[in-house]
Design a protein around this ligand. Structure first.
Ligand code: NAD
Length: 507
């Protein structure tokens, strides 16, 4: 059955996946999925009912009983098929992703590819999910550990990476032997749906992967359901903190990957052209709607003179619909997001920052209704201004000048977020000092968007992350498993009776 049946008014309604069946929700509330370049309504997404959420968790709970015992080879062979299917369907899904999210087709393919890499890594589960063994911890006694799946896990994802972030979650969870309930962003669930359909096609059995749609009520239901053992969340700091506290209070393991204000620190000895390319690409790519977007440029010493060149380069970017060839900057995701960003730009002006490049009145021929904002740059920014204290999540760069690297490091470490940062320099010593002293999860050295590849883990400091373990890499195997320690002694026929031991010591 199709995951997107046509309804009477010809706008497809997005289905739920419960126990291997695509089902029409009996919800009474829906949200429109809207193309941000045109305002065309692409689909209606239901806010699933409490009983549908309960049915999805129940299906996952029942499937866990058998899935947890499925041999490693069987689990990883599903992932092998899955990665091949994603590769095969990547361009088709990228077009859906661009239509519902707005980013360029090339960037949509990148969104899928960075998720695909996690699926490829899931194929190594045979060597990732291993315990330890110590022989002879006492006479004839051995101790070993098992990394066992924990049960039903839930994933709650944001709008900005509808392919990569769901793929951070369910492939690693289920390849470890868990079952899963995914709640994608209600703003752009269509490309996530396509990826879930491919997972089913790859052989993920009924109940092992379930999908429900919704917003706060559905998220809260997942965070409080007694059968859910772990919750992976990616999104804003406010919601992530709520999820962490609510699910934690209900006894669940939680990882919350949250908001950001990423600083790029530019030393005057940096390679100028490459640095400006990096700042403009990471500041305005995906219309600034990346948790790893560069949002603050900290120019150190003589690099402060680079502002005119930065602005000149920003002006070369083409704003347009993501589906149009040659577009560099697509629309922001919704009318509400655009209004919020315009409000922050207005407050920047009001608070005394210099609007050195104003992208507010950009015109995109043929797309008069699109949520476009052109590259925007503020200079003379101080750390008390709202353009600095808020995550803008739009194509807006704020520039701050400082005298020294020490000042720049102190500035970054004072900011409440700690998601990503970069230093641009030709000095190994300066870069080494920066990587050592900076309190931020992901550090780039002459790399603007240092999202780690899946053999490492995505992380974060302070206001950007709650929970100890990151969403992929080796850390996520720890997150999606629990360690059981076994201490064993086997008697052979020649074992002598060594008497009763009333102490805690192993003898
Ligand atoms: P969001 O927090 O609004 O939404 C994330 C998820 O939470 C969605 O599935 C949404 O339905 C749900 N949700 C929204 N409001 C809720 C509420 N009141 N109670 C419970 N659930 C709720 O985030 P977004 O706008 O979709 O995504 C952008 C944010 O995500 C940015 O802050 C960005 O920095 C962050 N992000 C972080 C990372 C990371 O790895 N640190 C990666 C991508 C995005």
């Amino acid at each position: 059955m199709s995951a997107l049946p046509q309804t009477a008014n010809a706008v497809p309604s997005v289905q739920l996946l419960i126990n291997g069946e695509w089902v029409e929700s009996s919800a009474t509330e829906f949200r429109d999925v809207v193309n941000p370049a045109t305002q065309e309504v692409l689909a209606r997404v239901p806010l699933a009912t409490a009983s549908e959420v309960a049915a999805a968790v129940d299906a996952a709970h029942r499937a866990f009983a058998t899935w947890r015992h499925t041999p490693i080879g069987a689990r990883l062979r599903i992932m092998l098929r899955y990665q091949a299917l994603i590769r095969e369907h990547s361009k088709r899904i990228a077009a859906i992703l661009t239509a519902e999210q707005g980013k360029t087709l090339a960037d949509a393919e990148g969104d899928i590819f960075r998720g695909l890499e996690v699926v490829e890594h899931a194929c190594s589960i045979g060597t990732l999910q291993q315990g330890g063994f110590a022989e002879n911890v006492a006479a004839t006694v051995d101790t070993y550990t098992l990394q066992q799946p924990i049960g039903v896990c839930a994933g709650i994802t944001p709008f900005n990476f509808p392919a990569m972030i769901p793929l951070w979650m369910f492939p690693m969870a289920i390849v470890c032997g868990n079952t899963f309930v995914l709640k994608p962003s209600e703003q752009d669930p269509l490309s996530t749906m396509e990826l879930v359909k491919l997972a089913v096609e790859a052989g993920v059995p009924p109940g092992v992967l379930n999908l429900v749609h919704g917003a706060k009520d559905v998220v809260d239901a997942l965070c409080t359901h007694p059968d859910i053992k772990a919750v992976s969340f990616v999104g804003s700091t406010a919601v992530g903190t709520h999820v962490y506290n609510l699910a934690g209070a209900h006894g669940k393991r939680v990882q919350s990957m949250m908001g950001a204000k990423n600083h790029a620190v530019v030393l005057p000895d940096a390679h100028k052209e490459q640095t400006l390319n990096a700042l403009v690409g990471a500041g305005f790519g995906a219309a600034g709607q990346r948790c790893m977007a560069t949002s603050v440029v900290v120019l150190v010493g003589a690099a402060r003179e680079w502002v005119p060149d930065l602005i000149a380069k920003a002006k070369t970017l083409k704003v347009g619909a993501g589906a149009e060839a040659g577009t560099d900057v697509g629309p922001v995701v919704s009318v509400a997001a655009k209004e919020r960003i315009l409000g922050l730009i207005a407050s920047g002006e009001k608070e005394g920052a210099t609007l050195a490049l104003d992208g507010r009145n950009v015109e995109v021929p043929g797309y008069a209704q699109g949520n476009f904002i052109g590259p925007t740059v503020f200079t003379d920014v101080t750390t008390d201004m709202s353009v600095y204290t808020n995550e803008i999540f739009g194509p807006v760069l704020v520039v701050i000048g400082v005298e020294t690297l020490d000042e720049a490091i102190a500035l970054v470490n004072r900011n409440p977020f700690g998601n990503g940062t970069g230093v641009f320099t030709q000095s190994g010593a300066a870069a080494r000092k920066f990587q050592s002293e900076i309190d931020v999860g992901q550090v780039g050295i002459n790399i603007p968007i240092p999202v780690p590849v899946p053999y490492f883990s995505f992380t974060g400091s302070r206001g950007s992350k709650l929970g100890d373990l990151g969403p992929y890499g080796k850390q996520v195997v720890q997150f999606y498993t629990q360690t059981k320690t076994v201490t064993a002694r086997w008697f052979d026929d020649a074992t002598v009776n060594d008497g009763v031991n009333t102490t805690i010591s192993l003898k």
